[in-house]
Design a protein around this ligand. Structure first.
Ligand code: AMP
Length: 424
């Protein structure tokens, strides 16, 4: 038989890697609870039409698409937002707004594998549905900040932009949405010259080019510059005022916004307002991002409903924490091996193991039928803390031998006191 490897871009996550991933997801879940978000679990496989509706060319090209045995066109989800928009317009249709929804799970994109870029990766996803107010945008930024801080991540910073400014400028030229999206996609990849080539008029090209020059080190100063620059364009003016309002709310609450980038666009087509990404110095790719999408729910057959959301790349957060030597998920509880000296004591030994587990002690029961010396040696190698040795003589006194494997010391301990002794 050949030995099998994982498919390119897919990974097995073992030990510390698996613990880091689940540890980070637990923190995201705690953040969701603190901010009042309900958890929803949606399928990994969705209809291709749903996922294709508004994903953006970049993601569309990278979806895992196939026909199921019932001849349906389906795909593996490349993100959560389309699924969330679907339940908002179906199962949660009559729920009062705002809806606050949290999901965590794997998503799939046929990206070129490299550091921090995988074909199966994990996201925590937050959506706040039903509010068009800047406090809602601020909430998404602040919960991202809280989540990363709760992990002990240092030095991360936000980059903000606003699709309304760009759409306001391009809209003046009566540009159709498809061309607008093609321009945003190139800007998202920083292919500015390619983007400018798509501008329908020389004036439009100059306006876009000028906009990119407005960046400054101070985010409020950049906003003021954009305000002056777009003064005559009502849609862009409203957008930049909105960005200013959001910025004031989050900066006053400790959110580290490093730059406002006037030419910042995101690859997903559904964004209509504030957009953001969050970075750390250890990685040159984003840890997370999101923004406002006020038209998406309507597109999926719902009432016009404003919404804002974000997704965090769990694998990249894990990489950043690892680079900072921060061991999330590595908190070790005490572990115990329960060993019966002979077969006749197995029932009693198992009873002791079960009662220890009920008291919250992590117990491995000897299942290999090994001799004691071998079993203890192996447990010690695997950093098990104690062996509970169930022998006839001690058991007659309702006691067992408790052996500290690292110290190589052992004492007779009454079964009743065992859990307390181990945890002390
Ligand atoms: P997006 O849905 O494109 O806004 O992505 C949200 C976050 O998911 C990004 O900021 C990344 O942290 C993460 N992400 C996106 N693509 C990948 C990938 N191929 N591998 C690992 N993480 C990714």
């Amino acid at each position: 038989m050949p030995t099998f490897q994982t498919v390119r871009g897919m990974r097995d996550l073992l030990d510390q890697e698996a613990q880091a991933l689940t540890g980070i997801i637990s923190k995201a879940r705690e953040t969701a609870l603190l901010y009042g978000y309900r958890e929803v679990i949606t399928p990994v496989v969705e209809s291709f039409e749903l996922l294709n509706a508004k994903a953006g060319e970049e993601i569309r090209k990278r979806m895992f698409i196939f026909k199921d045995l019932g001849d349906r066109n389906v795909a593996l989800r490349p993100e959560f937002t389309a699924s969330i928009a679907r339940i908002t317009t179906t199962a949660l249709k009559n729920e009062p707004k705002p809806l606050r929804l949290f999901s965590a799970g794997s998503v799939y994109r046929y990206d070129e594998p490299q550091r921090g870029r995988f074909r199966e990766f994990w996201q925590s996803n937050f959506e706040l549905i039903g509010s068009n107010r800047p406090e809602a945008d601020a909430e998404i930024l602040l919960l991202t900040d809280s989540f990363l801080k709760s992990l002990g991540l240092r030095g991360f910073a936000f980059k903000l932009g606003h699709m309304g400014v760009l759409r306001g400028i391009l809209g003046e030229e009566d540009m159709d949405e498809k061309t607008q999206n093609a321009i945003f996609q190139r800007m998202d990849k920083k292919e500015y010259q390619e983007a400018f080539k798509l501008a329908p008029t020389e004036r439009c090209r100059r306006v876009l080019e000028g906009l990119l020059q407005l960046r400054s080190d101070d985010c409020f100063e950049t906003v003021e510059k954009i305000k002056c620059y777009v003064a005559g364009n009502e849609r862009a003016r409203v957008a930049v005022e909105n960005l200013d309002d959001i910025l004031k709310l989050v900066v006053a609450n400790g959110c580290p916004v490093k730059v406002v980038e006037p030419g910042f666009a995101r690859g997903l087509e559904y964004y209509t307002g504030m957009i953001f990404e969050v970075y750390t110095p250890e990685l040159d790719i984003a840890l997370g991002g999101g923004g406002r999408y006020d038209k998406l729910i309507e597109l999926f057959g719902g009432e016009p409903t404003p919404a804002v959301g974000c997704a965090h790349g769990i694998d990249r957060v894990a990489l950043a924490l690892q680079a900072q030597e921060n061991k999330v998920g590595d908190e070790r509880e005490k572990r115990v091996l329960v060993f019966a000296v002979n077969d006749a004591l197995k029932v009693e030994a198992l009873k002791i193991a079960q009662s220890l587990r009920q008291s919250g002690v992590i117990v491995e029961f000897e299942v290999m039928g090994r001799r004691m010396a071998k079993a203890l040696e192996d447990a010690d190698k695997r950093r098990v803390d104690y062996a509970v040795i169930v022998g006839e003589r001690e058991l007659k006194e309702d006691a067992v031998m408790l052996r500290n494997l690292a110290k190589r010391e052992q004492n007779v301990v009454p079964v009743k006191e065992l859990a307390e002794k181990i945890n002390s």
